[in-house]
Ligand binder design. Structure first.
Ligand SMILES: [Ca+2]
Ligand SMILES: [Ca+2]
Ligand SMILES: [Ca+2]
Length: 517
């Protein structure tokens, strides 16, 4: 190691990303953000996202992780998407010298001076207009053009100011040696070097650009990007996408990827100034080969190459747990298939019925625990008491269980899911539900009395005015009658003491019904 490279290590955050192993999980997500998505994303160690889709507040929350505290083990590394080989807009005027193309005879860049910025390219068709990516509608750029660097810098400066911890450098493949813009590979490499120097502490993850690591291309040239990046994302390693069938298929390049490109990537990644490798493949969770292909993908990426891996739907607009729940060793908590945590809580006289989302895990069965307290709380440690594991039924993607009734008062409930590991991993949701249990005795005057077994419900409306709903529970806590608003009718009940729960303008009233026959 020479003096120059030692200095490089001191001033730049070169080398692999600290703290990540093949057991870690990363996420690429370009969709919208809300509280549920934010909660789910916090289960991952590193998240690559579209920066325009997330608010500053959501970004800061994501970085802090589940515990809401910066600088703890559960913090999430958040990386912003940044395109460096294509630009969305096709009408940037700039210096008006573009688009340009490369002339191999004179070994020089020819500027068409056609009123576009100099960085636009025209090698594909030489029609004097910026060349366009047919699939995504964006425009190819000469990444070596310093006018382009000004645009990239402005964007990256803004992302740095927002607090992103790094950049996911996309569209490097514009400079691939098999395409019309092959000549831009030097400039592309210089741009990545420039970003390394301009943002010495930021994490740089390259999306592909594999040709820089091939000994048959640029590995042994000054343009190898290895010293500048901390991560390499190998997109489409095992799969490629069949747009017509809307499914992932085994890539026609898989054998070549496995036998050549993976070897070269690993040789470079394992250098002292190497990088972390991320595999990204696409499958449709509803395709019939999903489970088989998912397990193959994990075998080929995590097991065979010790990379991190993520498998998701092609549009990158959903969070999937295929890899998350299929590691060699289970270090992950359950995740919620539907609703996150507690969904509803109902007092039923002799018991409390609780509904929660359905959770899944790699180490089943999932066990559900209820935490409750008489004041609002955010974590199990703050709860006064807990009950679990609870027997449950699955009803419409929810789980339903009962706990014994509690004395009158106001209660707050959190439901957590634990896997079956020893010790178990518990999910971190803080979804809270309030339940007010009113004292029947305190409401002694509110007793309905029926001597002949019939109950005239219209008398309730006469007594209370309009009501929103009524539920009547048997002495054993079963619902025997329920209706919205007070129905104008009589019902007949066997002898016994019943409870009627009536909701009226947001308040809940409990009546005791004594029925004698
Ligand atoms: Ca934290
Ligand atoms: Ca053109
Ligand atoms: Ca687990």
């Amino acid at each position: 190691m020479g003096v120059v490279s030692i200095l490089f290590y001191i001033f730049f955050s070169a080398g692999p990303i600290a703290g990540l192993t093949p057991d870690s999980d990363y996420l690429v997500y370009y969709g919208e953000w809300n509280d549920d998505i934010l909660f789910r994303a916090k289960d991952f160690d590193l998240v690559i996202l579209e920066p325009s889709a997330i608010s500053d507040e959501q970004l800061q929350s994501l970085k802090r992780g589940h515990d809401g505290i910066s600088g703890t083990d559960d913090d999430v590394i958040v990386i912003a998407y940044l395109s460096i080989g294509e630009v969305d807009s096709g009408n940037i005027v700039g210096d008006g010298r573009g688009p340009c193309y490369y002339d191999t005879l004179s070994s020089s860049i020819i500027y068409t001076n056609n009123g576009f910025a100099s960085f636009y390219l025209d090698d594909a068709d030489h029609n004097g207009l910026p060349d366009r990516n047919g699939t995504w509608g964006s425009y190819y750029v000469n990444a070596g053009d310093t006018l382009w660097w000004q645009y990239v810098d402005a964007k990256a400066d803004a992302l740095q100011a927002r607090g992103f911890e790094g950049f996911f450098l996309d569209t490097i493949d514009t400079a691939n040696p098999w395409g019309p813009y092959f000549w831009t590979y030097r400039g592309m490499s210089r741009l990545i070097q420039h970003l390394r120097e301009r943002y010495p502490q930021k994490i740089l993850i390259a999306n592909r650009g594999l040709f820089y690591f091939s000994p048959y291309w640029y590995r042994n040239t000054p343009y190898n990007i290895r010293p500048y990046i901390n991560g390499l994302l190998f997109e489409d390693y095992y799969t490629s996408w069949d747009w017509q069938a809307d499914t992932g298929i085994v890539s026609p390049y898989f054998e070549e990827n496995r036998n050549n490109w993976a070897v070269w990537v690993n040789e470079e990644a394992s250098q002292p100034d190497g990088f972390t490798v991320f595999a990204l493949d696409y499958l449709n969770p509803s395709q019939s080969s999903y489970e088989t292909m998912l397990h193959n993908q994990i075998q080929y990426t995590i097991v065979e190459n010790h990379w991190l891996s993520y498998v998701t739907y092609i549009l990158l607009d959903t969070i999937t747990y295929g890899v998350f729940h299929n590691h060699l060793e289970d270090n992950n908590p359950p995740t919620w298939k539907s609703h996150i945590g507690v969904y509803d809580v109902n007092y039923q006289g002799d018991s409390i019925e609780i509904l929660a989302g359905l959770a899944e895990d790699q180490t089943p069965p999932v066990n559900y625990y209820v935490y409750y307290s008489t004041s609002s709380f955010n974590s199990p440690e703050e709860a006064a008491d807990s009950i679990g594991p609870l027997n449950y039924q699955v009803v419409n993607n929810l789980v339903r269980f009962r706990i014994p009734a509690l004395p009158p008062g106001t209660y707050y409930f959190i439901v957590r899911a634990r896997d079956n590991c020893n010790p178990p991993h518990e999910d971190k949701n803080t979804t809270l539900k309030e339940l007010i249990i009113q004292s029947v005795k305190e409401k002694g005057e509110k007793v309905l009395f029926s001597k002949d077994g019939t109950l005239d419900l219209s008398s309730l409306s006469n007594l209370l005015g309009d009501i929103d709903y009524i539920e009547i529970y048997s002495p054993t806590g079963q619902i025997v009658f329920k209706a919205k608003s007070a129905p104008q009718k009589e019902i007949t009940l066997p002898q016994g003491v019943y409870l009627a729960k009536i909701r009226q303008k947001g308040r809940e009233l409990i009546f005791r019904i004594i029925v004698l026959n």
